[in-house]
Design a protein around this ligand. Structure first.
Ligand code: FRU
Length: 466
């Protein structure tokens, strides 16, 4: 009997312009690349329920990073080399062929879900739609001797004529690390060792998932999703973190010298990022707009999870900043409404803002942004305190706040993208970003309150809603 994908039973939380599966579960973005005139994005996907299950690679493509066309599933598990799942990985284009690299997941089937093993595999495509698993899979059959069974999420890139593959892993001593392989032909791979490792368990984690590695603005960046970092007062508050190290890679010794770990996004719903280079040289990132073990009310409706908007990454004063890609202007369906508002008490910026882009700026002062439902109840609030340069984000469905800071500045600039049940808030050109899912039966009204009477320049655009 052929299985059918789960049905969508209610579209109340469906997103209008984000990448999501037609139905079913998704997690990490995978295989992000530019191939024959299209951006391709894949995602960890379980089509048969709204829960995580045997992982497939769902697939979409776009000419402009804005309008996405859903394509047939790219990879299905079940071959001997990926019996229990095609886990996360990446893509690279060589000689007009798209190559996918992914982790094969295998259970020992003894009833313990943590008793598994993992290998690395390849698939390829000439049309970017149909994929053939490489006949000599696996390309790497097992982890190095000094590694545990946590061994996954290959990201492949080319540097000076050699291909490199970085993998997330855990050393036998229980610390997270990223390990490196090299290849001349994408098929046979030599182990080069650990490029970077957690300095301590609670500070840097027990397993580094989804590593990505790239050169940006004169530095090398290791972007990754460590598990097991201990929460601190206002940092590392999600179950797992996504963040980065800035440093220098020595390709001769395969060692990455780096600084501290920094979180990339301060919201509740951001994980497992992946980047690619746009044809014009921009470094673009997608994240999974959710978190493991979060409550996802859309599961009742036959789906779960989505990707963030594509964002451009830059390095500024030693930190990564993220801004929505400029192509997203094509989402606007009207000319925009621009106003100069005099704000002190709660002032309406936008009503019925279920698919909206909102930009506003003001001279720096204490400021509170609020989303309210039809009953005037808060859905979400973001409180800024000028004295400490700190933002506190609260959501009505959790007691756990999230925190972000910016450098002292004369102006506060907000850039929001709202999409039915998500909001991405970019502050001061991406210095701090909050990514959030929210669940409300009514379209939010957006208000701003300031400590003193303040002149606020605001522009609101309605965005594409399907
Ligand atoms: C990260 C992750 C990856 C793994 C995938 C499985 O969210 O745990 O390490 O490959 O999800 O779906």
């Amino acid at each position: 009997m052929t299985k059918s994908p789960i049905a969508l039973t209610n579209s109340r939380y469906r997103l209008g312009y984000h990448v999501a599966a037609p139905t079913g579960w998704i997690n990490d973005p995978n295989g992000f690349c530019y191939f024959k005139g299209y951006y391709h994005i894949f995602y960890q996907h379980h089509p048969y329920s709204a829960e995580w299950g045997p992982m497939h690679w769902g697939h979409a493509r776009s000419k402009d990073l804005v309008h996405w066309e859903s394509l047939p599933i790219g990879l299905e598990p079940g071959s001997p080399e990926d019996k229990d799942g095609c886990f996360s990985g990446s893509a690279i284009v060589k000689d007009d062929i798209m190559y996918l690299f992914y982790t094969g997941h295998h259970y020992y089937n003894d009833g313990d879900p943590d008793h598994f093993w993992q290998n690395q595999n390849m698939a390829y495509s000439e049309d970017g739609i149909h994929f053939t698993k490489y006949e000599n899979n696996p390309i790497i059959d097992k982890e190095p001797e000094d590694n545990t069974h946590h061994y996954r999420d290959p990201k492949v890139w080319e540097h000076e004529g050699t291909y490199y593959m970085i993998l997330g892993s855990q050393e036998n001593d229980g610390l997270g690390r990223a390990i490196l392989y090299a290849s001349q032909d994408l098929k046979s791979w030599d182990y080069l060792g650990s490029v970077s490792k957690a300095t301590d368990l609670k500070g840097e984690g027990f397993m580094w998932e989804c590593p990505d590695f790239f050169h940006l603005d004169g530095k090398d960046i290791l972007l990754l999703s460590p598990q097991g970092i201990d929460p601190q007062e206002e940092k590392y508050l999600n179950l797992y973190q996504t963040g980065y190290f800035v440093g220098e890679m020595d390709y001769q010794t395969a060692k990455f010298t780096r600084g501290e770990f920094h979180e990339l996004d301060k919201g509740h719903d951001f994980y497992a990022t992946q980047t690619t280079l746009a044809p014009d040289g921009r470094r673009i990132v997608f994240g999974w707009m959710a978190m493991w073990e979060s409550h996802m009310p859309e599961k009742e409706d036959g789906w779960a999870g989505a990707l963030t908007l594509p964002r451009e990454l830059r390095l500024k004063d030693g930190k990564l900043v993220m801004t929505p890609v400029k192509e997203l202007e094509a989402l606007r369906v009207d000319e925009g409404k621009t106003e100069t508002l005099t704000v002190s008490d709660a002032t309406l910026i936008a009503k019925d803002a279920s698919h909206a882009e909102i930009l506003f700026s003001l001279p720096t002062t204490d400021a509170t942004l609020t989303f309210k439902d039809a009953q005037e109840q808060d859905i979400l609030s973001l409180v800024y305190t000028a004295e400490t340069n700190k933002f506190v984000l609260r959501r009505n469905d959790t007691d756990e706040a999230r925190y972000g800071t910016i450098q002292a500045n004369d102006t506060l600039k907000y850039h929001l993208f709202i999409d039915t049940s998500s909001v991405e808030i970019f502050i001061n050109d991406g210095e701090t970003v909050f990514t959030e899912r929210y669940y409300s039966e009514s379209k939010p009204a957006v208000y701003l309150t300031t400590a003193n009477e303040t002149s606020v320049e605001s522009t609101v655009y309605q965005l594409k809603a399907d």
